[in-house]
Design a protein around this ligand. Structure first.
Ligand SMILES: [Zn+2]
Length: 569
């Protein structure tokens, strides 16, 4: 590829209002251009990288029994209503109406389509198991698209769906995908962790997320410093602290706490640390009141509460709820709550006593609150939001909170979709059974962005060779020098003959611009052919990964590039 003919517009300056390094560099290196918020053109360089990631994914999917098909993006609403996702997705779903007034949507995933497809055409146990996948653009109406390809409204995904006769088969298919995903992300040279995750909107049971480490990542996980525990932060369970050495014998006493409606205010007024306070958080769970008790210096992990009270929708009390249900905002305590209120306490509350908590009266708190004497707890549960430094549930060691980008997600769905869609097959004994399904996604465009997050420096991208758009570039440093042009052309030709994906920078630009662009785009190996080198009979080589420079005789330059590429990450 001659760069004089390539549509690869690089930017000298950082674009405005761009937060993530991957977003900034993919724009600057000419991989993508924004059309509108969260929607991008993939330029030739970006598309070359995307195609390489796709090839790895296809190879591993085919090796694991996957069969590629292609499903539509434009989908009818009815099956989505049958599975409940039409409502569950809320504003995130791109909805439209056709000229006949029929409701439709742009697919964010394809469970409904593929389930009906299989039920219609593979109705016998003899057809199973089957694993169908596609690589296609998906749509989500993100409230706030950001970070370029990391959270767009249009994104390229590989989605696979497995259909099995029974749960054992489903688990086998799941394991095959689990192993395939490891190979895919290993081949993509990503640094990643695998964590068991929350089910989310797709529903179902066992599921794992493949999370690429990244400082800008919005997906948090907890990791034990001793390496024996990893979990999605929203599902992570810290080991409860040792119960505080308070014997619970203090009498219940009311204290005047003017203008102290927050934990911080009470804490400083009474000169006691936040962990001595018993925080009482009130929620509405489908019409009933739920009180959540936890130490004053901790927060509720609402995802845990949601899962615990599923399917009731959870809503934290708003100002109007307090008065309407007889509570005093800022001064709520668990004493004397009526039987209609469910009282949940985090494990961290168990065993400790002599709490300071609200007196259920304006400007007053109580000290010496103890259970069961002064208040009841219906259940102790894991409800606390994990934080850095909490104790590992396996070994008691320190937990660290890590940031990541989810690049892959695999689910055991069971009959979550086959049941509402009445998708059945005839089993060997003649019985009619529901398919046991799995759903497995990889964010292809996200993998590129995640790799850009992990592989860059101040000068630009340095993507691993498996996904860099070209493996090498030959830079013509002096375009007006016949000998330089002839040698560069020859090395370029020889590299192409050896099967190296090579670009020739023959543009009418200064050598300085070409060097800067080569670093920005991140060709794993750069070859510079210039006047002085040609006079001396040498070419200059540079490995982008570590900036290491070397020289090779002009005649052997192509072989030297091939050898250097072997060592490139
Ligand atoms: Zn541990």
């Amino acid at each position: 590829m001659r760069l004089s003919h390539l549509f690869a517009p690089t930017l000298r300056e950082d674009p405005a209002e761009v937060e993530a390094p991957s977003h900034r560099l993919l724009l600057r290196a000419g991989f993508i251009r924004q059309v509108t918020s969260g929607v991008y053109v993939t330029l030739p360089l970006g598309l070359r990288s995307i195609r390489k990631i796709e090839r790895i994914v296809r190879e591993e999917m085919e090796a694991s029994g996957g069969q590629e098909l292609r499903m539509p993006i434009l989908l009818p609403a009815e099956p989505w209503k049958a599975t409940g996702r039409w409502d569950l997705y809320g504003d995130t779903l791109f909805r439209l109406t056709d000229r006949h007034g029929r409701e439709m949507l742009l697919g964010p995933t394809q469970e409904e389509v593929v389930t009906l497809l299989v039920a219609g055409d593979l109705p016998s146990y003899r057809d199973l198991p089957v694993n169908l996948y596609q690589i296609e653009w998906k749509y989500r109406d993100e409230f706030r698209p950001r970070f370029g390809l990391l959270r767009g409204r249009e994104f390229l995904m590989k989605d696979a769906y497995t259909f099995d006769r029974d749960e054992e088969g489903m688990a086998r298919s799941y394991d095959a995908m689990f192993q395939a995903y490891r190979r895919i992300f290993d081949r993509c040279a990503l640094s990643y962790v695998i964590v068991e995750a929350e089910p989310g909107q797709i529903g179902g049971g066992v599921n794992h997320e493949f999370m690429a480490r990244a400082d800008v990542g919005e997906d948090l996980f907890a990791e034990c410093v001793n390496g024996d525990y990893l979990a999605d932060l929203k599902a992570a369970t810290p080991q409860p602290p040792e119960p505080a050495a308070r014997d619970g014998s203090a009498p219940l006493e009311k204290v005047h706490t003017p203008n102290a409606a927050t934990i911080e205010a009470v804490s400083s007024l009474l000169g006691m640390p936040g962990e001595r306070m018993l925080k009482t958080m009130l929620y509405d769970a489908g019409g009933t009141t739920v009180a959540v008790l936890l130490p004053g210096d901790r927060e509720v992990e609402e995802a845990k509460l949601e899962r615990l009270l599923f399917p009731a929708p959870i809503r934290r009390f708003e100002d109007g709820d307090f008065a309407a249900r007889g509570f005093v905002k800022g001064y709520v305590g668990p004493q004397g709550l009526d039987e209609g209120v469910t009282v949940l306490a985090d494990h961290a509350v168990r065993g400790a006593g002599d709490w300071v908590t609200g007196a259920n009266e304006a400007e007053h708190h109580v000290t010496g609150a103890n259970t069961p004497r002064d208040f009841r707890v219906d259940r102790y549960e894991d409800l606390v939001a994990l934080r850095d430094g909490d104790r590992c549930p396996k070994c008691g060691g320190q937990l660290r909170v890590g940031r990541s980008i989810v690049v892959g997600h695999i689910y055991q769905l069971g009959t979550r979709y086959s049941e509402p869609l009445e998708a059945t097959f005839v089993d060997e004994d003649g019985s009619v059974r529901l398919y046991q399904m799995g759903s497995h996604g990889i964010g292809i465009s996200r993998v590129l962005a995640a790799a850009a997050e992990q592989y860059h420096d101040e000068a630009g991208l340095r993507l691993p060779k498996v996904m860099a758009p070209f493996a090498a570039v030959v830079i013509v440093a002096n375009r007006d020098h016949e000998g330089v042009v002839a040698e560069a052309e020859r090395i370029y030709r020889e590299l192409a003959e050896r099967g190296v994906e090579v670009a020739l920078d023959d543009r009418e630009q200064t050598a300085g611009v070409k060097f800067a662009d080569a670093d920005l785009i991140g060709y794993p190996v750069q070859v510079v052919v210039g006047k002085r080198g040609v006079a001396a009979g040498t070419a200059d080589l540079k490995l982008r990964a570590d900036g290491e420079r070397s020289q090779a005789p002009l005649a052997d330059a192509a072989q030297a590039v091939v050898d250097l590429l072997e060592t490139a990450p």
